[in-house]
Design a protein around this ligand. Structure first.
Ligand code: COA
Length: 357
């Protein structure tokens, strides 16, 4: 087969020799080697929202824990933010090529095609496998789990995993129950082949879903069930806030415990708890239920808001840059979102990990 000079060699799965299979080496695992994130420059604070909604700065701060959020300009799409975060993660990892791109998003540029191939193309990664994962706010942990599976199986050696959202595109600006919560942004990680248990290696995942609550966070129209919206509001995300709140706390507590147990950690071993940034009160309740002290729970919700699938990688990169995540920390990551879906995993924070924000 003829190859052009500029086109990177396709990744070929290594042959697993019998000596590898029977050696005392720990199993292959996905290792975090770089972090990147990007937020649109425009910030919208609570006073801006209170000008057009029946709400107040005080209500939003105390009930949600958000003071301001970043909102993309109308001409910007999810892929634009994903490219920015992806570039930064690859630079932080010191790589110019990866074997696959997995994009977690609930706000793809279009229903068809997927957004990941365009992102890969714009990153100069044309021809690598690239696909979207949709699992609401749990999407990033789902996507890293899929990527880790590709690495574990030897199907890919390095994977760029991005969480990117333009939530402002699916939020009704006139809905006071969603407009203060959701926001835009992107975060990304590069995963490479490593060995289970080594610093940076993702631990076993605990995850699940419950479609009985499919209507708790939903856009009523625009999909195959109901292609065209009969009312304006049906084009936007609708939430059953109380229901989501209760399930989020219960499920993240449960799934975090399962992931810790699978990693053979006790909850007392956890140095940092990274929780999906949905609501500061949800995060406090999860930390409290687990018995993790508040100073061990980094947060950026006050100025980033709920960026859905971008939330976890944004928080990881912000906490890393601030020095809140340091070498040797036992980190537990937990997420919950539309579906319902939930997922958690662990990692020992490695030394020298770069994060570019
Ligand atoms: N400003 C002022 N008042 C508001 C308001 C706002 N932005 N939003 C709701 N209220 C009002 C309600 O209308 C209600 O008024 P009522 O008592 O007269 O009926 C009152 O505040 C309490 O509403 P409630 O929904 O019980 O508040 P809450 O404490 O549950 O907080 C959410 C609401 C949405 C902030 C909270 O439930 C939440 O964060 N849920 C999860 C968010 C989510 O779905 N994330 C997506 C998936 S991760």
């Amino acid at each position: 087969m003829r190859r052009t000079r500029s086109r990177p060699q396709a990744y070929v799965a290594p042959v697993i020799s019998s000596s590898d299979a029977t050696s005392a080496l720990p199993p292959r695992a996905a290792r975090l080697i770089g972090l990147g994130s990007w937020l649109p420059p425009r910030q919208v604070d609570n006073a801006d929202l209170a000008e057009r909604l029946d709400t107040s700065d005080e209500w939003i701060r105390t009930r949600i824990g958000i003071a301001s959020r970043h909102i993309a300009d109308p001409g910007m799409a999810t892929s634009d933010m994903a490219v920015e975060a992806g570039l930064r993660a690859m630079k932080a990892a010191g790589v110019e090529h990866v074997d696959a791109v997995v994009l977690a998003t609930a706000t793809p540029d279009h229903h068809v095609p997927g957004t990941a191939p365009l992102v890969a193309h714009r990153l100069g990664l044309s021809h690598v496998p690239a696909f979207d994962v949709g699992a609401g706010c749990s999407g990033f942990v789902y996507a890293t789990t899929v990527a880790a599976g590709l690495i574990h199986a030897g199907t890919a050696g390095t994977v760029l995993v991005i969480g990117a959202e333009k939530m402002s595109a699916i939020i009704d600006p006139a809905d006071r129950s969603t407009a203060p919560i959701f926001a835009d942004g992107a975060g990304a990680v590069v995963l490479a082949s490593g060995r289970a248990g080594e610093p940076g290696a993702l631990g076993p995942v605990a995850w699940g879903s419950d479609g009985e609550h499919a209507d708790a966070v939903q856009i009523p129209s625009g999909g195959s069930r109901n292609p065209s919206a009969s009312a304006r509001e049906e084009r936007y995300v609708y939430i059953k806030g109380n229901e989501v709140f209760r399930h989020a706390v219960r499920r993240m507590d449960q799934v975090a415990r399962e992931a810790a147990t699978a990693a053979q950690w006790s909850i007392q071993d956890i140095d940092r708890l990274i929780v999906h940034q949905a609501n500061a009160r949800i995060n406090a309740a999860v930390a409290n239920a687990l018995g993790v002290p508040p100073q061990h729970v980094p947060s950026n919700i006050a100025h980033v808001g709920n960026t859905s699938a971008a939330s976890i990688p944004l928080l990881l990169s912000h906490a890393a840059v601030k020095g809140q995540l340091a070498a040797g920390h036992r980190v537990l990551v937990a997420s919950f979102g539309a579906g319902f879906t939930w997922a958690a995993t662990t990692l020992l924070w490695p030394s020298g990990l770069q994060a570019i924000t």
